[in-house]
Design a protein around this ligand. Sequence first.
Ligand code: ITT
Length: 213
Amino acid sequence: MRTIIFATGNEGKMKEIREILDGSGWQVLSQREAGIDCEVEENGTSFEENALLKAEGIRNWCLENGIPNFPELNLRELAVLADDSGLEVDALGGEPGIYSARYLGHDTSYREKNAHIMERLDGLPKQSRTARFVCVIAAAFFDGHSHLARGAVEGYIGWEERGENGFGYDPIFYLFENDRSTAELSPEEKNAVSHRGKALRRMRELLEEEYNK
Ligand code: ITT
């Protein structure tokens, strides 16, 4: 069976990744399940650069240390994937963008981050509150090559937090089609339209081509 190790420490992302790859027939391991104790510095200047830094950083760590909890895995049958994603708010010049996780500091709660973004948009009408979620997935293989896939979903920043699903900025990110926040969507509804769903479905096609070569 093909195995994918997902290089993320974010449980919200990991849950969605499993839902979207469900039925692929691939074994999907989180970095923690694989026993990989390595944190990669995200010092790139784009989602693409950071996704590649994470995937290649973990791939390189595995080349040196193996896969601690799965020593029997054949590295040639393995890909390391990483997701770099974030929220771009047009009225804020694209902020927080690649700094979404670090916005106002890593330890600041999303309740505060979300409140701060809504405060900065105070007084702006709906058409000036446009924003998008962006996700870039990188896949790093053990022979040194890699693939990238990008997905985005357009929406606007609402006036209040709504919904209990999802994570991070979901409660303030609303879709134009139905004026619902992505935290109000069921997991299936969010994955069908989301940046991560789009990027990961594209990456799944790339991996299938790769494996059928
Ligand atoms: P890893 O690097 O370990 O994967 P991270 O949370 O640091 O985890 P990123 O650097 O890619 O990941 O930061 C992405 C941030 O963007 C994330 O923490 C959320 O704040 C936000 N974000 C991304 N996708 C989101 C989504 O689907 N819903 C809500 N917020 C999202």
